[in-house]
Design a protein around this ligand. Structure first.
Ligand SMILES: NC(=O)c1ccc[n+]([C@@H]2O[C@H](COP(=O)([O-])OP(=O)(O)OC[C@H]3O[C@@H](n4cnc5c(N)ncnc54)[C@H](OP(=O)(O)O)[C@@H]3O)[C@@H](O)[C@H]2O)c1
Length: 325
């Protein structure tokens, strides 16, 4: 497993990380804890050291499973979790005062709750689960982070950037107040390359790439006939013709598969790893076979330049979720 440095945290982490939303059992339909724990343990065995979770992934369930998996293992690890906004509003609305989303006592309370779930004294990385640069000029959240760092309750601080809006955290990255950002970047969504990634490199801010397989759209497992359970958020994500459109896009990408990437997930993950700003990519994984396939590709043949250039043509501009009035 190749390691990369996570920005100015200076920590070496695995370039393939573990996305732990699905194992939280809250949004992904039927999910089995026994299988999730097996996937976590296999990831640890295969050298995955970076785990991304959040309090809201099953009200602490994902954090607790990670804690259980590590109790039996002395392996090195880096765990990133997230503090939800108090108003539980996604995406962050620039019109919302930051005190409604991240008041100081809420940040402290959520951090302590996550520490307890994870069985840790200190978090490697605490991330705000939403962000808008409209909150830059206010001090309350900044004071909370400084205090938590001083107390040793968190070591790094980052934010998760609103879906399909990579430029909504540029001021924060430029300010030096943040160690990492988490952003959607994949074959379809290439916008972070324009401004966010160069700025992250300049400011030595770690980049955690989420939704690398477009919630399964780039996993090679979906067909126009795929149906999702009612409690699987993908029933909505792929609604209104999006599933058929996604499958049509994927058919156009398939001719680019080759010995350097014989499967679609491998092609999709290697596309992401080819960007020098990327610190780690965190596919969501609940199954051992997916952990094995994804861990195995690290250190393998990189994508040829010709394929990378061709993949650039497959960017697919999609509208960001509108804010409520
Ligand atoms: N706002 C935020 O901060 C935010 C939002 C979304 C996601 N995230 C983070 O980013 C992580 C990744 O995003 P995501 O989980 O939403 O979506 P994703 O990684 O784009 O897709 C996950 C899907 O891909 C499947 N998969 C993974 N590896 C595969 C392989 N080799 N072959 C076939 N299928 C494969 C998974 O299957 P199985 O689950 O069945 O193994 C799952 O159905 C999350 O887990 C979470 O940690 C953060």
């Amino acid at each position: 497993m190749n390691l990369r440095t996570l920005g100015k945290t200076g920590k070496k982490i695995s370039e393939i990380g573990f996305g732990a939303w699905g194992i939280g059992k809250s949004w992904w339909g039927t999910t089995d804890d026994v299988e999730s724990l097996r996937a976590l343990r296999r990831a640890i065995d295969l050298g995955i050291t970076f785990f991304d979770t959040a309090y809201v992934y099953g009200d602490g369930h994902s954090e607790q499973l990670i804690s259980r998996a590590f109790k039996e293992s002395g392996a090195p690890h880096f765990i990133a979790t997230k503090c939800p906004p108090l108003n539980m509003q996604w995406p962050a609305d620039p019109r919302t005062p930051p005190e409604e989303a991240f008041p100081e006592n809420w940040i402290v309370q959520c951090t302590e709750r996550s520490l307890k779930n994870l069985g840790l004294e200190s978090l490697d990385l605490q991330q705000f689960h939403v962000w808008t640069d409209a909150w830059m000029s206010r001090d309350e959240w900044k004071n909370a982070i400084v205090k938590l760092k001083k107390q040793g309750k968190i070591r790094g601080f980052g934010v998760s950037i609103n879906d399909l809006d990579p430029d909504s955290a540029l001021q924060l990255v430029d300010s030096g107040l943040v160690d990492t950002v988490q952003v959607i970047y994949n074959i379809f969504e290439q916008a972070p390359e324009t401004t966010l990634f160069p700025l992250c490199r300049k400011k030595d801010v770690g980049v955690i790439v989420r939704v690398p397989l477009d919630e399964g759209g780039l996993s090679g497992t979906l067909t126009p006939r795929t149906r999702f359970e009612d409690d699987d958020f993908r029933a909505r994500y792929f609604a209104d013709g999006r599933l058929e459109e996604t499958c049509a896009h994927v058919e156009k990408i398939k001719p680019l598969l080759g010995p350097y990437a014989p499967t679609l997930p491998e092609l999709a993950l290697k596309f992401i790893l080819a960007h020098p700003a990327v610190s780690t990519v965190i596919p969501g994984m609940r199954k051992v076979k997916n952990v094995e396939a994804n861990a195995r590709l690290s250190g393998g043949t990189p994508l040829p330049e010709r394929v990378l250039q061709e993949l650039k043509k497959h960017a697919w501009i999609r509208a960001r979720q509108p804010l409520d009035d």
